[in-house]
Design a binder for this molecule. Sequence first.
Ligand code: CA
Length: 688
Amino acid sequence: MMSGMKEFIVFCIALCIAAGSYAATVVDDRALSDETDSKNWLAYGKTYSEKRFSTLDEIDLQSVKQLSLKWYLDLPKDNTLTSTPLAVDGTLFFTGSYSRVKAVDAKTGSVLWEYDPKVVEVAGKRLKNMWDTSRGLAFWKNRLLVATIDGRLLALDAKTGQLLWENITTDVNRALYITGVPKVFGGRVIIGNGGTEHTAVRGYVTAYDIETGNQLWRWFVVPGNPADGFENSAMEMAAKTWTGDWWKFGGGGTVWNGITYDPEFDQIIMGTGNGTPWNRRIRSPGGGDNLFLCSIVALDASTGSYKWHYQTVPGEAWDYNSNMDIILADLKLSDSSRKVLLHAPKNGFFYVIDRKDGKLISAEKIGKVTWASHIDLETGRPVENPEARYEGKGALVWPSTFGAHNWQAMSFNPITGLAYIPTVEMPAYFSDEGIDLKAWRTKEFRMRFGVNFEGDTPKDWGSAALLAWDPVKQEKAWSVENPPSWNSGTLTTAGNLVFQGHADGNFVAYDATNGDQVWSINLGLGISAPAVTYEVEGTQHVSILVGWGGGGLLFGSHAAQHGWPYRAHPRRLFTFVLNGKGQLPEFRPPVLVEPLDAPELEINEELAAAGSKVYTESCLWCHGTGAVSGGTAPDLRASRLSLDYDAFRTIVLDGNIPLGMPSFEDHSENEVRALYHYVRREARVIKE
Ligand code: CA
C-alpha cells in the first residue's frame, strides 16, 4: 500500500511537469505587458513597451564565449529578411519575403507549417511600390496577424497556419504598400501603410477586431480637402497649419512603422511620416507646420480619438519622418519617476517625452545634425538653421534621407539604463532648382519627391555606429563603429549584452556597459533583421534571420560595397545556444558585380540624361541609385537582358511577375529608350 501511494505521487508529479511544459501561454494584454517573463518573445518589440530587453541571463559576459550554433534553416525562396521572429512556447513564427509566414520548431529548426499569402499574384502592378519586405507579425491568443505589401491584413490560426480572415486596408488602385508589423492590443489590431514617395497619399491608421476582422476605427494623419468637411476636431486643428491646396498632393504622413500600444494610459502612440512631396514649397506653399507630419501622436486606444501630439519636424522638407519605433519606459528624472517614451527619429535628435500629455522633457543630438541647432525646451520646437531650407538654392544637410536612425529598432536595457541605437552619419544634398513648383504633381506609381534626386551614392558617403545613449543625462555612454551603413536593430539582455547583426555578415555581441566586443560569428551575408532571445526547455536560445534587405539597399555603391548581389548568397534562420553542437554551413564569400558593356553602342548623352530621370521615378527604389544595385534587385549594369535594346524593352514593358518584376506598360517608347541609354552609360562608368 505504501509503495502504491509512492507510485501514485510520482505519477502525479510527472503529470504536473508534463502539464506545466504543455501549458500554452495565453498571449493577451497581461502577457504582452509582462516585462519579467522572458521565456517567450511575444511581440515585435518583445512586449508592449518595445524595449527588446530580455531578463534571460544564462548567456552573459563570460558564458557568451561558448555561444555556438544549435541549428540553421535554409530559406531558398526568400530574399529580403527583415523580420523579428516571435517565440511562443518553443515555436518560432516569422515572415519571410512577401510576408510568407513560417512556424518552426525552436528545438530542431524543422518547419511545422507555412502560409503563403500569394503577394506577387495579388499585388500585380503594385509590385512597383515595394520589393518583398516584411518586418514581422503579431500574436494574439491563438492567432497571428500579418500584413502584406499589397495592403492586406490577415489573421492566421497559429497552430495550423490556416487563414481565418483577410481584409484589404488600402485602395487597391493606389500606390500604397505595407512593410510594417500589425500591433495588437485588447482584442484589436492596428495597421498603417507607406507610400509618401509614390502617390498623393493621405496617411491613416486603422484598427480592426481580431475576432471578426471588422473595422473599428480609422484615424487620418493629415487633413483632407476642407470643402469635404473634417472627420474630427483634430483634423480641423491640423488644417490651420497647412496652406494652399495641400490635399491635391495628399499631404503624406503615412504610418509605415512605429506604432506602440501604451497599456498604462490605454493609448496608441505612433510616429508619423514625412510630407508628400518632401518639398513644402509645393505641398504647402505659404508655409506652416503641416500637422501631423513627422509627429508623435497619441490616440485613445478604444475610440481612436486624438489625445495629444508632439511634432519633431514642423514644416518638414527633408524626408525626416518620425516612423522609428517608440519605447515606453519609467525613468527617474530629478528624483521623480516619470512615465516617458523614448524616440530617435530620422532627424538626428533623441527625444524623451512625457506619455501622460506628450510634453517634451528633453532632446539632444545623437550625431551630426545641421538642419537645426537644438530643440528649444520652452517651446518644444527645433531652432532651424535657415541654410537647410533649399529655397531657390541647394543645401547640403545632415542627416540624409536615410536618417541618423532608421527603422532598425533600438533597444533599452533598464539595468544599464541605456538605449542601443544603430546610427548612420551621412549628408544629403537637397535642391529644387529647375523644378516648376506650381506645375509639379504626383503621379501614381512614379517615385517623386519635389526635389532633385539623381546619381549614385558613393561608398564613402557615410559611416555607421552602434550608439549606447543615456536618456536621463541625454548623452552618449559609448559607441562603436559599424560597417557602412545599414546594420540591424538591437537586442539587449540581463546578461549585460547587446546583440547586433552587421552589413558585412557578422553577428556580434557587445558588453552592454562599455561596448567591448565579446563575441562574433560570420553568417555569410549582410544582416538586416534583429536578433531575439527566448527559452526552450530551460535553455536560453538566440535566433536571427540572415537576409540582406530594406530601404538602405537603394543607396547604390554605398550598399553594394559589401558584395551581396541579388540572391547570390543563401538566406537562413540561425539559432544559437551555449555549447551548441550544430554545424555551420559553407559560406560563399562576398562577390562584387562586374558590369557588362555593349562596346559597339554609341551612347546618346541627351537620352541618357532623360533616362536618369525616368530611372529615378521607376527603377531606383529596387535597382539602386546610379543603376548600382545594393542587392534588392538585379544590377542592371550586369544584366544580359539590358545589353540588347529589344530584350530590355520587353522586360520593362511586360515585366516578369514570377521574378517580382512588374510591368511598366505605361512607359512610352521614348522613356524606355532613354532608360536603356542611361543604364548602358552607367555600365561604362567606373563607380567609386
Ligand atoms: Ca519617406
